[in-house]
Each structure stands twice: as C-alpha cells, then as structure tokens.
Design a protein around this ligand. Structure first.
Ligand code: AQP
Length: 333
C-alpha cells in the first residue's frame, strides 16, 4: 500500500515556496495515490512562540489554501495535527528511539535556533522526531516535500529502521521522499542564497498566498537582481542566484523546463522579464487567492473539513498505535 503524508506549519505568511514546493504537488498526487493525508501541523508551529489567536487564524488559512489550490476534501484527508493524539504519543516514543547525536546534526535546528541555542525550546530540537511520528503514525510510505526537508526525512528513515531493529519487527515502512520539479527550493526575493521563508522579517522577501495583483507586481519589480542580462545557458547561473531563482520560479509556474525558459528569455533585460513573471504569477495565483478569501468568510466550513479529516485520520492511526503499544510492551485495556 502506498500512502502519502505531508504537512505545512500554520505559522503565518504562507508563501510561494510552500505552494510550489508542497501544496501544488499534492493536488497532482491525489490522482495517483490511494491514500493522501495533508496536515496543518500546529504542534510543529508551537516549537516557536505563536500567538493563540493568530495560530487559530493561520490554521484555517493553511486549510483554506489547500482547498483553494485543489485538494479534494472527499478524496484526501485534510486535518490539523493536534486533533489526532497519535502524533504526540508516537513522537514521545521516537524521542526514546532517536539519538541526541542524530538530532545534533540537523541543519534546520542550527538555522532556526541560531546563536541562541540555549534558549531554543526542547520541542524545536526534537522537531524531526515529531515529523517522523506524523508520517509513521499512518505508516506513510511517500512524503512530498521541498528540498529543505530532505535531511529530516532521512532521519525519519533512520528512526523507523532503529525502531524495527530494537524491537525485532518489520513494522514501520522505509519512507520515500518525493521531490519535484524546477522550484523545489524557492529562494528569497531579497537574497537568492536564502530560502523564501515565512519567518523572514522582510515581507518583500516573499510572495504570500494572500498578496493581491498589485503587491505581487511590486514585489517582483523590487526583487534583487544583478546588472547583466538574463543568462543564455544554465552555466550562466554561476554566481547569479537571483537570476536562477526568478527563472526557476517562472519555469515552475508555467510548467516549462528551465531550458525552455532560458531559450525564450535568455539575453533579455531583467525589467522586461520581471513584467512577464509578475503577469504569470498573478495569472496562476490570483484564482487561488480569491477562493481563499471566499473560504475565509466561512470559518465554520473550514472547521467542519478539519473535524471530518481528523476523524478519518484517527481511524487510520488508532490500530497502528495499538500495535505500537504491543510492540513496545505497554499494557492495553
Ligand atoms: N522556500 C521554499 N521552497 C520550496 N519549498 C518550501 N517549503 C517551505 N519553504 C520552501 C516547503 O513547504 C512545506 C511546508 O513547510 P513548513 O510549513 O514546514 O515550513 P518550513 O519548511 O519550515 O519553511 P517556511 O515555510 O519558510 O517556514 P519558516 O520560516 O518557519 O522556516 C514543506 O514541504 C517545505 O519543504
């Protein structure tokens, strides 16, 4: 059986990277996989401080983005993590399986904790164990993610294998990452060496899923570039991360190969290309943004989708967790 699990944190500022690196791919995957679980990972979100009112709003916003982008709420399961107890429970078991040394090597913790490691939450350090639990509580087999999550997925594989070895079972599957297309890592519009991120203090660094056409045009116009014309071959991206990023985004949004985009736009000035890119972004993103706004006016509908999703997710996770209890040696009623 092939089962997809993937998630997005409700930490505000949902952006083009989340869309191209994750949500858009999920829409296609639901045609090919029998079971798809798409989760608003609110337990992950609180590994850094979240205002409770804002967290609720962002949870609904991410769910709305999934629905507006085309996730089918009947065929796929959309839910928020905290409504299904298996995530936190299995994460605790994995806290006891994973090794400190493994987590110490995680680059995302180093990036997010920065110089202030001593002050980071324990949850932020143990974040990858919760991510492994998210997937394995459903015996997920395939996980579509952006390139930035590859290391965490390798850890999920290590945890599954160690659990199986420690207890002498063949229980958890080996999880496969699914990484797609030209824009697996969308970079900041202000600095082509940094990924586009929700937590970047500059709103100019990202296109958010709620930006209107004017905001998109303005951000693209102001995006950092260099003085040269666009490269005419992939080799021309050397030392030009901003050019690579903007052309990569164009390729991903238009559904073309990067080579085709280079052929069509190579040698042009950035000013002209930026206009084309902004038009393309508006064309592709505005229908989703409009639908998100409509859904935002109906929070009862979103909450209903999440509640039904959580019920289905619980029904899948409960028998798996019962077996985990037996394997680990916990008494059951
Ligand atoms: N810049 C990106 N390019 C491509 N994919 C990306 N993803 C995130 N940023 C990019 C993918 O989006 C999914 C959900 O990500 P997340 O909510 O777990 O957040 P994150 O990976 O920690 O990155 P964010 O959104 O930028 O948040 P902050 O600022 O908190 O780090 C994942 O599949 C991820 O790969």
């Amino acid at each position: 059986m092939r089962r997809i699990f993937s998630g997005v944190q409700p930490t505000g500022n949902l952006h083009l990277g989340n869309y191209l690196g994750a949500i858009r791919n999920w829409v296609h995957l639901q045609q090919d996989y029998e079971d798809c679980l798409f989760c608003v990972v609110d337990l992950h979100a609180i590994t850094v401080w979240q205002d409770p009112t804002q967290l609720r709003a962002s949870t609904r916003e991410v769910a709305a983005a999934m629905i507006a982008a085309g996730i089918d709420t009947e065929k796929s399961i959309i839910f928020n993590q905290s409504q299904v107890p298996a995530h936190a429970e299995l994460a605790w078991i994995f806290n006891c399986v994973a090794r400190m040394g493994w987590l110490n090597r995680m680059t995302q913790f180093k990036e997010k904790a920065g110089k202030n490691k001593e002050n980071a939450s324990v949850g932020l350090f143990a974040y990858p164990n919760l991510m492994a639990a998210d997937i394995l509580a459903y015996k997920g087999t395939h996980v579509p993610v952006g390139d930035d999550q590859k290391q965490h997925l390798e850890l999920a594989r290590d945890i599954a294998q160690k659990f199986n070895n420690d207890f002498g079972v063949d229980f958890f599957p080996v999880v496969e990452p699914l990484i797609f297309g030209e824009a697996t890592r969308v970079m900041s519009l202000r600095d082509g060496s940094k990924k586009m991120s929700k937590s970047d203090p500059s709103d100019q660094s990202r296109i958010t899923m709620t930006d209107d056409a004017d905001a998109i045009a303005k951000k693209v116009r102001k995006a950092k570039t260099d003085p040269d014309a666009l490269p005419t071959s992939k080799d021309g991206f050397e030392g030009r991360p901003e050019a690579a990023n903007l052309m990569g985004i164009y390729a991903a949004l238009s559904g073309q190969d990067l080579a085709q985009v280079i052929q069509d736009h190579g040698g042009h000035q950035f000013s002209q290309f930026k206009q084309d890119l902004a038009d393309l972004m508006v064309d592709k993103l505005q229908p989703i943004t409009t639908e998100m706004r409509r859904l935002a006016d109906d929070p009862g509908y979103i909450d209903g989708v999440l509640k039904r999703g959580a019920e289905k997710a619980r029904a899948l996770s409960e028998p798996i967790m019962a077996e985990v209890h037996d394997i680990v040696g916990f008494l059951r009623p």
